[in-house]
Design a protein around this ligand. Structure first.
Ligand code: G
Ligand code: G
Ligand code: MN
Ligand code: NA
Length: 256
């Protein structure tokens, strides 16, 4: 069976699921949010990670219905956690450029939140955008971001440092946080260039009033260094891998 056909069936058969990876505060280790990461639970292939199928979803346009499913699922889960008395859950959803460029993307996000009884200003759905997505048609990007921002949606820039963000654009986008790409975190303690880049991103974030989250934090040493450098939060295997919903619920219930 062609992978494309399998992916269409996966959507129809509801074989996609979201795993969640906590973002934690650097000082107190409290969970301050989480990133939703798409997984495909295939009968034939087992658990498939997105690196293996996102490119094809994008090529075929299937990312549109799948991306909408992701948003709905994240909203459904935010609703469920709220109903279970877990407050202030903040779910970050990754967006593809194709999705973001859909006519009235902003309206469709707000509609999905409304359908789940979520007030965008109260119950954080955060959207993770890449630098290349942001810089493709800046005028329209700002328009879409502003519409959603005014309703209370927050934005972060994913994989920050790997793209081409001009600092002047950064100031014009209503962004709340920068996520330092994990490639700079990996060798932080031994590589002076990485250390310089990370410290520059933290300084930039601070001067623009953005929170800075480090990705791919795997060791206590990296965590301690990032903390000394003034990083606000971290995400990575040190605290938790991306986990299924039941485990995430457990983590939330037991977060300091
Ligand atoms: O979860 P890792 O677990 O393997 O994710 C690999 C890549 O897939 C990451 O770059 C991540 O941004 C992307 N990704 C994960 N979930 C989604 C999603 O729901 N939508 C989009 N567009 N990308 C996703
Ligand atoms: O591109 P994006 O940042 O959205 O994707 C995050 C990717 O990083 C996912 O594939 C996720 O599973 C992976 N990831 C999360 N934490 C760690 C970590 O501590 N180490 C490594 N190597 N990968 C991680
Ligand atoms: Mn991401
Ligand atoms: Na990233």
């Amino acid at each position: 069976l062609k992978l494309e056909t399998e992916l269409r069936q996966a959507l129809a058969r509801n074989e996609f699921e979201l795993h969640y990876q906590p973002k934690v505060d650097m000082d107190c280790n409290k969970i301050v949010g989480m990133e939703a990461l798409l997984r495909w639970q295939s009968a034939e292939r087992g658990l498939v990670t997105p690196a293996e199928f996102i490119p094809l979803l994008e090529e075929t346009g299937l990312i549109l219905p799948v991306g909408e499913w992701v948003l709905r699922e994240a909203c459904k889960q935010a609703r469920a956690w709220q109903d279970a008395g877990i407050p202030d859950v903040h779910i970050a959803v990754n967006l593809s450029s194709l999705q973001f460029r859909q006519p009235d993307f902003a309206g469709s996000v707000l509609k999905i939140m409304q359908e789940h009884g979520l007030d965008p200003a109260m119950n954080g759905i955060e959207l993770e955008l890449t630098e290349s997505l942001l810089l493709d048609n800046v005028a329209r990007t700002i328009d879409t971001l502003n519409t959603l921002h005014e309703a209370g949606i927050r934005f972060s820039i994913d994989d920050f440092g790997t793209g081409y963000s001009s600092l002047s654009y950064l100031k014009r986008f209503p962004i709340s946080s920068l996520k330092i790409d994990q490639s700079f975190v990996q060798d932080l303690s031994s590589n002076r260039d990485d250390e310089s880049i990370v410290s520059a991103i933290i300084a930039l974030g601070r001067s623009l009033g953005l929170s800075v989250i480090a990705e791919g934090v795997e060791t206590a040493e990296q965590s301690a260094q990032l903390r000394r450098m003034g990083c606000d939060g971290m995400q990575g295997y040190l605290f938790s891998r991306p986990v299924p919903v039941a485990e995430m619920t457990y983590l939330l219930q037991n977060s300091a």
